[in-house]
Design a protein around this ligand. Structure first.
Ligand code: SAM
Length: 386
């Protein structure tokens, strides 16, 4: 359909495969360096690609970054296999991509169409989910590698719900733009069930996970699908319709009540004027010390370069064939947004991969952005707007 490409990072393990987890990420952290986006790299694979054994992200400030499995050490070998991890765009590839993107501006969308696409965004996503139901967005198998924070209760807390310990409130995760739940929500609950099971004394029935997931999306069709699936468990999943760019936080989520907010390929669906309000809502929802885990499209990604004529809404913002929107970010844009809101940036980096068409000798760059933000422990409270 609409050119969505999923970052199934270079791992074979899913959320259930905890024993095989590698602790390295495929993101090059640019927290310390805001200036050179193009040379700070990490990578993921698309759904269609074969998966290698390790993540393609690395942290820049580690002594020796751990790369994904397929390293291009000799440019002469570039067409010897289909994909390479951690490949920075060459200046030639970059110039080629920029030239393609410059062509988009010559065929920008008519302003009336643009206004319709922006105003009716939830309806276009509804149409998407009516057509694709829960089948399009598959389990994000890279989650345990890139976002291990989702699979570990904080120190001193348990994954199992121990009934006589009333102080142990559920670990609370909120996914915004959760779609029909198959990508993150259900795999997460499944993994937490395993964690709780592992904590259960032998011979006793498996303990319930001490987890609450707020799952929301502005597509009512997506949320409806999520609620009808077998994996949906209302005891652990609070599913509801919510637009992240709303003037306030959702009714069913208290201010400062969430440990982690997950934003996977949702910020790119927002037009730039909505980013600030969206970030503010995320900030309000999070507990002090809470985390944002964000992954999204980065500038000059193949999906941007390959956009067809007549899809450009405004600079770096496009409509797909089904009229859903997609923006391609730089790390600086995310940094600015996060800092304006008062977040501490603990990771901000690119995840880059080179795909090649060996037959046609073509080079294609996949660029994703990954970011972890922490809400500082500050004096004073944040409350729902009146
Ligand atoms: C590209 S899909 C990603 C789905 C899912 N997060 C995943 O990883 O597969 C983007 C999702 O964000 C939702 N979305 C877009 N704009 C939104 C908004 N302003 N508020 C809430 N959800 C939104 C869409 O309906 C869609 O389900």
């Amino acid at each position: 359909m609409c050119g969505h490409v999923h970052p199934a990072v270079a791992v074979t393990v899913g959320p259930g495969g905890s024993t095989e987890k590698k602790s390295t990420s495929s993101v090059v952290n640019v927290v310390q360096d805001s200036t050179r986006q193009q040379d700070l790299v990490s990578s993921t694979t698309s759904e269609a690609e074969p998966r290698s054994e390790s993540s393609a992200v690395f942290e820049r400030d580690r002594d020796r970054p751990s790369f994904g499995g397929r390293l291009l050490t000799d440019e002469a070998n570039v067409f010897s296999q289909n994909a390479w991890d951690h490949v920075e765009m060459t200046e030639e590839d970059r110039q080629r991509a920029l030239a393609k993107i410059a062509e988009h501006a010559q065929n920008a969308v008519d302003p009336a169409v643009r206004d319709d696409v922006v105003a009716n965004a939830p309806q276009y996503w509804d149409q998407f989910y009516t057509t694709n139901q829960e089948k399009f967005f598959k389990e994000r198998q890279w989650l345990p590698i890139e976002f291990p924070e989702l699979f570990a209760p904080p120190q001193g807390r348990t994954a199992a719900n121990i009934a006589d310990d009333l102080t142990d409130l559920p670990f609370t995760i909120m996914e915004v733009g959760c779609g029909a739940g198959g990508a993150t929500v259900f795999p997460l609950l499944k993994e937490w069930r395993k964690l709780a099971d592992a904590e259960t004394p032998p011979g006793e029935p498996a303990a319930d996970p001490n987890l609450l997931i707020h799952a929301c999306d502005f597509s009512s069709v997506a949320v409806q699908h999520l609620k009808t699936l077998d994996e949906f468990d209302p005891k652990h999943i609070n599913a509801f319709v919510y637009d992240l760019a709303s003037p306030d936080i959702p009714e069913s989520v208290a201010a400062e009540s969430v440990d982690i907010v997950v934003l996977i390929f949702i910020f790119s669906a927002l037009p730039p004027p909505k980013w600030k309000q969206a970030m503010e809502n995320v900030y309000k929802i999070l507990k002090p010390g809470g985390l944002v885990l964000l992954r999204d499209y980065a500038r000059l990604d193949l999906a941007q370069v390959r956009m067809k004529k007549g899809r450009l809404l405004e600079e770096n913002l496009y409509m797909r064939g089904d009229k859903t929107m997609v923006y391609f970010f730089t790390t600086d844009e995310i940094r600015e947004l996060a800092e304006q809101q008062g977040f501490e940036i603990t990771q901000l980096g690119l995840d880059q991969r080179l795909l090649v068409n060996r037959g046609k000798q073509l080079r294609m760059n996949r660029n994703w952005l990954q970011c972890k933000l922490r809400k500082p422990h500050v004096v004073g409270t944040v409350s729902r707007s009146e």
